[in-house]
Structure formats: structure tokens, C-alpha cells
Write a protein that binds this ligand. Sequence first.
Ligand SMILES: *Cc1c(COP(=O)(O)O)cnc(C)c1O
Length: 393
Amino acid sequence: MKYNIDDNGYYGEFGGAYIPEMLYPNVEELRQNYLKVMAEPEFQEEFKQLLQDYVGRPSPLYFAKRLSEKYNTKIYLKREDLNHTGAHKINNTIGQILMAKRLGKNRIIAETGAGQHGVATATVCALMGLECIVYMGEIDIARQAPNVARMKMLGATVIPALSGSRTLKDATNEAIRDWINNPVDTHYIIGSVVGPHPYPDMVARFQSVVSEEIQWQLKEKEGKTNPDYVIACVGGGSNAAGAYYHFLEDENVKLIAVEAAGLGIDTGESAATSVLGKEGIIHGSKTLLMQTQDGQITEPYSISAGLDYPGVGPMHAHLYKSGRAEFISITDDEAMKAGLELSELEGIIPAIESSHALAVFEKKKFEKEDILVLSLSGRGDKDLDTYIKYFEL
Ligand SMILES: *Cc1c(COP(=O)(O)O)cnc(C)c1O
């Protein structure tokens, strides 16, 4: 079994590029060039330099001693929360802005739900002096005021999506419409391992710096490159893809993907895409997504804004279908408890997305000798209001 992309842009039966005719030239230009550009030594050098000096990589691989004692196993945290802008998303936006420049694009568009990807995109546009337009649902703009302010400070134009449910999927439609109308000078930065081929593969490769670092860091600490388990939360799947990447073909490394169950799998208020999803097409790729009997996309729900995406990237759909990764769903309550526990035991306040991954330790028993690496995808500063309300702090 192969877990990486094939020549046609598929992970098993998932992936591909299901796009309107008018988008074809843009996607095709990217498809023909992305691997060539990424292989250029100057590209690699500039990417590595920015990851080091601007993002602050390598991010530490931290042995969480007290957490490990509590669960009687060996837990390492991959500290993506320490990156500039507070999460893993910047690894991808740095990569894509360099790609856009190589392809001669001077205008950047993106869509954002919670605003985290919008901020990461606005950040790299400021860094490179490129025009930045971020589409965001009108409802999300009202819910995520601090991130909207950040994007504006960084010089981006935030355009509200006023149609449909006025959330992420409507913002995505607006961004695609913009790209169709501006095929020559515009690059569309997608924020996760979703979208038409080659986006899932390109984003996974940019994020793969995470597992590349885990290998040499673990070698230093444990004398071997591969852990027994890699654990990560999954929204679209990019932090998980980055943490899994160099371990995909080694079945001795077990992969755990954590989805948001919201109020519970059976409550209708959930974002557990693999369990609840059916095959369908969203955002230009064939994958698993939550939909009604007649194929309308259902609104997902999770307390963490970064996990309430109705689909999952094609790599993860394949990891689920093939059984390569174990999928575990975590409710709002379980995640919030785990977030508080990490704060108290290790002095690290995690993003609520990452708290979902942390909640696995209560759900699943590990051996004392097991070496676990957990992707701590982001820091909790952005979630303080939610923590305050939930715990009445
Ligand atoms: C956006 C986000 C996620 C979910 O996105 P993936 O593409 O699944 O990684 C997870 N954690 C944090 C902190 C995020 O900002």
C-alpha cells in the first residue's frame, strides 16, 4: 500500500482536481511547476533560511516529563506553538509565497474561517510586499474580530462573503471566483492539505519539515529516528500531514488522527468527518465530507474554530479508508479538560485544536516504553476567551 500521492494526484481513491473549466489554466500552471520550483537549490535555501530566521525553526521536540509520568508512557511534544504567529500554518504560507514569487504572481488571495490562515497569509504578504486579499464569511468576521484586526494591521484587505451561510465554504467560493477572474497575476494560497491537486501534496511537502525535524531530534534524544506513535489533530489535515510525512511508509510507526466530535458524534453538532463523512467532492477534490442524503454539505460544529471544517484532505481520507491511521474523536469537553491539564502539568497553554490531540491520553492506553510524538499545532493565546468562558476563570 502506498500512502503518498500517485502520478495522477490521487491518494488511493481520493484526491484529483475537480475544478471548473475556467480554473484549469491556473491549477495546471501550478501542477506543472511546483515540483520543479521546489527542487531548485535557491528555492530550498530561501525557504530554509526564512523557516529558521523568521519562523524560528527548528521548533523544539520537548519531552513532557510530568505528562509522561501521569500517563505512564513517554510523551514528546513537537512545539509548533512556538512558531511565529503561533501555529504550524506559517510553514505552508512561507512556502507558497515563495512559490507565487517564482511563478511571477504579485497578487495573493486566500480564504479563512477562524482567521488563522488569513493571518498567516497576510503575514507573509507583508514580509514580501505583495497585495493580499482575504475572503471571510460575514458571520466569521463578526466572531473573529481580533484576527480581522491583525490582518488589517498587516495590510490585507478583508472582503466579507455575504452569500449562503456566510462562513468558510462561502468564502472559499468567493476566492475561487476571484481566481477565475484573475488567472495571470494571482496566486491562491490554500491553508491546509485540501483543494485540487497539486495543493494537498504541495502543502504536505511544505509541512513535512515537521517530521524531518522529529527524525533527527528523536535520534539525538532516543538514539532512533522513529517513534512508536505520532498523534495529531485533524481539521483539513495539514499539521498531521507534516508530522506523519516521513513516517507514512513505515508501518511500525502508528499514526493517530484526532477529530473533533463537538458535542458528540450523534448529536448533529460535530466535525468528525471520517466517521460521519461520505465520499464526495469539496473544494476541488474527491474526499470524505459531511453531507445530507442529497449531497448538500452540512455545517460542522466544534468548540475549536480550526477543526470545524466539513471535509478532510484526501491524504487523510485514504489513511482512514486503508486503516493506516487510527481515527479517534474527541468531544469539546474532553478537549477542554486536556487543555487545562497541559497548562497545569507543563506550563503550556495549547490551542484548543491541539487540546483535542492531547485528550487521546485519557482515551487510549499506551505502554510504558512507547515513544509518542504529539503535534502541538498551536498556542492557546487566541483561545483565551473560550477557555475563560468555559472554565469561568
Ligand atoms: C488551523 C489549525 C489546525 C487545523 O488545521 P490542519 O490543517 O488540520 O492542521 C490545527 N491546529 C491549529 C493550532 C490551527 O491553527
